[in-house]
Write a protein that binds this ligand. Sequence first.
Ligand SMILES: Nc1ncnc2c1ncn2[C@@H]1O[C@H](COP(=O)(O)OP(=O)(O)OP(=O)(O)O)[C@@H](O)[C@H]1O
Ligand SMILES: [Mg+2]
Length: 334
Amino acid sequence: MKTNVVSIDMGSVNTGIYQLGYGVVLFEPSVVALTTDRKKPKAVGVEAKKLIGMTADANSVVFPIIEGGVDNEKAATMMAENFLNKITLKRLSLRPNVVLSVPCGIEADEINKYKRVLNGAGVYSIDFVESPILTAIGLGIPISESSPCFIIDVGGGATNIAAVSLDGVIAGVNVNMGGRNIDAMIINHIEDYFSLKIGTLTAERMKVQIGSLVDNDVTRTTINGRDTVTGKPRSVSVSAQDILLPVQAFFDKVFEIAGMVMAKLPAEVSAEIRKTGVYFAGGTSKILGLDNYFRDRMAMKANVSEDPEMATVIGGGIVAGDPELLKKIRIPRK
Ligand SMILES: Nc1ncnc2c1ncn2[C@@H]1O[C@H](COP(=O)(O)OP(=O)(O)OP(=O)(O)O)[C@@H](O)[C@H]1O
Ligand SMILES: [Mg+2]
C-alpha cells in the first residue's frame, strides 16, 4: 500500500492527518505561536495552544484558519510544514500526495490560498474535495448516486450543512459560525448575569464540561474570572441551566439554516432524507442532548456519532485510498 498518501483536514480549531495504511496519525489544535520577529514558529499545535493567553504579546499566538478558510497564509504554511514533518520523520520518505478537505462551495481564490500553503510546506500533488462528501464517507454512511444523505458538520469556526450523494453536493452552505461563537456568547452571558469577565479558554471548558441542550440539566462547575465591578478575581459555581440560552440560540440558528437548505432539495431527495434523518459531525455536535433537541425542533431524526471531529479526515483517508472514487468527487483540477 502506498504510504505517502495522506488526507488533511485543516480546521479552524483542529487539524487532522490520516495516512494511508496507518489511519489518523495526527490530531492537534490549529495553532501557531510565533517568535517576536514573526519569522519562525515558536511552537505549533498542542504546545502552541498552551501559550494562549500566556504570552506578553497577545497577538503572537495565531489561528491560521478562521471560519474554515485560510486567514494567515504564512502561519498556515508553518503549521502544515510542522505537522507534515512530524509524521514525515516517523513514516514518510517522500512528500505526500494529499487529499485536502475544503469548505462546501469554496471559491477558486480560496482554493489557491490552500494550494500556496501546501506548496510552501513542500506538497505539490493535491486533490481538493468539498468536506461534507468526505464527512459522509468518514461517518460510514452508505451513500451512492441514488442514496443521498444530509450532513450538519458543526465545527469550531464554521458549520457545513449539505445534502450530498456520490454525485456531489446537491445543496449546501458553509456558514461562518461554530463552537467559537458559542464560547463568545457564553462570555457575554456570564458577564451580563454574574458581572464576571472570563477568558475564552474558560468559556470553552464550561461549554465542553457542562454545556447541554437537556432541559433541567443541573450539572455544575466552578469558573474563575474577574469581577467587572471590583476588578478582583472571583469564583462562581455555574450550572448547565446558566448557559442554556446561548447554547440554544446557537443551535436554533444552525437548524434554521439547515431548514433553508432542506427547502431547496428536490422532492425525492427530501423524502429520502426524511427517512434517514440528518447526520451530525464536528466537535460542537458533542454537546449533550443535541439529538433530542433536533428531533423536537425539526420533527426529524438526528444521528450523532462518537468521534465526530474525526469524520472528515477519516473520509479523506478512505477516498485517498480509492483513486476511482477520488476522481469522481474531487474538485476538477485546473
Ligand atoms: N463535548 C463538547 N461539547 C461541545 N463542544 C465541543 C465538545 N468537544 C469539543 N467541542 C468543540 O468543538 C469545536 C472543534 O470542533 P472541530 O474539531 O470539528 O472543529 P474544526 O474542524 O477545527 O473547525 P471548522 O470545521 O469549523 O473549521 C471547538 O469549538 C470545541 O470547543
Ligand atoms: Mg471541521
